[in-house]
Design a protein around this ligand. Sequence first.
Ligand SMILES: *[C@@H]1O[C@H](CO)[C@@H](O)[C@H](O)[C@H]1NC(C)=O
Length: 318
Amino acid sequence: QFPAKSGLTNVFRPTQNLHQRQVSASFATPNPPSESTYTGFFFPTDYNPSKWKLLDSSYCEGDHQSPINIDTHNIVMDEHLDAFIYKHFDDKHSIEYITNTGHAVKCVLKENVVELSGGGLGHVYTTLQFHFHWGSTSENSMGSEHMVDSKQFPMEMHIVSKRKDLTLDEALKTSNGIAVLGFFIEETNPTSDMESWKKLTNYLAAIRSKADVTEEISIDDLLGSVDRAIYYRYNGSLTTPVCNEAVVWTVFKESIKIDQNLMKLFPTRAGYENVFRPSQSVNGRKVYISASAAAGPGITTLFLLLPCLYIASLNHYL
Ligand SMILES: *[C@@H]1O[C@H](CO)[C@@H](O)[C@H](O)[C@H]1NC(C)=O
């Protein structure tokens, strides 16, 4: 009715030359379709990390890149790597929406709710999102980004936080501006409690670009009983373009265990597979491990072992 009733047509100015100006986007914006990440929003066919270096202002060829293969024979124990403090990781309403970015499934959190500190980070970080990396639907497919002693895992979950005292732009230019917690995901027996993962994967069918999350799912629920005292630490980068070398990495030794059928929903429902960047060169960087891990069975673990020993000895006598 606008052109018909007003009699005016084509009332817009054509686009002007961008010259040297840059257009930025908020963190939650899906990457625009570009040759080097994927070729279309719903049908990505080209997740090709070898081309990322060609992108504008790319750091993907830097010497502090991620992921890496963690060589456990060559790690250093660090007493400063103490327990993390997780604020609102138990909040069942912290996820605002789930989005399919065309090369990842990302759960974006409500702003300024979830926080991370401790763990030798030295700053308070606000948690922005978590997302997943996976392989294919085939049996024994591996799709983690990090490896431990050259072993790859079926999937990996990344919880991404930004230093609270910096803007996102500043954080992406600061060597410890971003903190990522990495959890490997492995197969478990289908009888264990998978309620939260079922809720989460239910959304995979519904998302084209974005789905609001109304189910109650907390990050703690998804992490389950993983021992969060034992972790590896190194300085690295984002594992997607433009690979900013701004990340303090924490990779937990123990993996989350989920049902293999749920794992397969990621490639089948999202519509693409093998979304992980291969290992990058360590280039002499040091990888640390939290002291509680390297200390071996200390007082705490022995204490936890006592009931088991008690039951074992009972069994022996019965
Ligand atoms: C990371 O880099 C910072 C600054 O260069 C340094 O102080 C810190 O020890 C490094 N951490 C690791 C785990 O290598």
